[in-house]
Write a protein that binds this ligand. Structure first.
Ligand code: IMP
Length: 181
C-alpha cells in the first residue's frame, strides 16, 4: 500500500491501516460476537465520540438479537482534590443482569476504560465485555480486560476512523499515524 500523507492543523500524518484491513477486522469481530453472544441478548454501549464509526460498521454485521445505545464521558470539576471527575452519561436502559458490551475506539493508557467499567459495574450487569478497534499495549497503565481487539498498534498518536486531533479528522475512513520530523 502506498502511504498517503495528509495535514491536519499543523501536523502531518500518513496512512497506517487501510480501509480494507479495517473492514476485515470489523467483520472478524462481528462474526465472533455473533457466535459468542447468540443467546445472551447483549446490550452494546458505544462510547462517544470516538467509537461512532467502529460501532456503526460493526452493528451492520451483528445478526443476533441485541440492543444498542451510545454513552458519553462528561468531565466536570469534582469537589475532591483529585480534580476532574469523568462521569458516564446517557444510561437510560436497565443494565441489571444484562450482558453489556462496551465499544471503544482506542485503549491507550486504559484509564478511560477503567473509569467506564467501574461505573458500569454499579448497575450490576451480568457481565461486562469490551471491544476496542485499537489498542496500544505499550501505553497501558491500568489492568483492563479486553475481549475483542481490532489492532494492536505502537505507542504513537493516530487519527481517522472516529479518532480525532482537536476535533478534526474523525471522518477519515482509514487510520493515520503522526509523522515525526
Ligand atoms: P486512555 O484513557 O489513555 O486509554 O485513552 C482513551 C481515549 O483517549 C480514547 O477514547 C481517545 O479518545 C483518546 N486517545 C488515546 N490515544 C489516542 C490517539 O492516538 N489518537 C486520538 N485519540 C486518542
Amino acid at each position: 500500500m502506498s502511504k498517503k500523507r495528509i495535514k491536519v492543523l499543523e501536523l502531518t500524518f500518513e496512512t497506517s491501516i487501510s480501509e480494507e484491513k479495517i473492514t476485515k477486522e470489523v467483520t472478524r469481530i462481528a462474526s465472533e460476537m455473533n457466535q459468542d453472544l447468540a443467546n445472551k441478548n447483549p446490550i452494546f454501549l458505544g462510547i462517544l465520540n470516538g467509537a461512532f464509526m467502529f460501532a456503526s460498521d460493526l452493528f451492520k454485521q451483528i445478526s443476533i438479537p441485541c440492543q444498542i445505545t451510545f454513552l458519553k464521558l462528561a468531565s466536570y470539576e469534582g469537589t475532591q482534590s483529585s480534580g476532574t471527575v469523568k462521569q458516564l452519561i446517557g444510561i437510560n436502559q436497565e443494565l441489571k443482569d444484562r450482558t453489556v458490551v462496551v465499544l471503544e475506539d482506542i485503549v491507550d493508557t486504559g484509564i478511560t476504560l477503567d473509569t467506564i467499567v467501574r461505573q458500569l459495574s454499579g448497575y450490576e450487569p451480568k457481565e461486562i465485555l469490551v471491544a476496542t478497534m485499537l489498542h496500544k499495549p505499550d501505553a497501558l497503565q491500568k489492568e483492563v480486560k479486553l475481549d475483542y481487539v481490532g489492532f494492536e498498534i505502537p505507542n504513537e498518536f493516530v487519527l481517522g476512523y472516529g479518532l480525532d486531533y482537536n476535533g478534526y479528522a474523525r471522518n477519515l475512513p482509514e487510520i493515520y499515524t503522526l509523522v515525526k520530523d
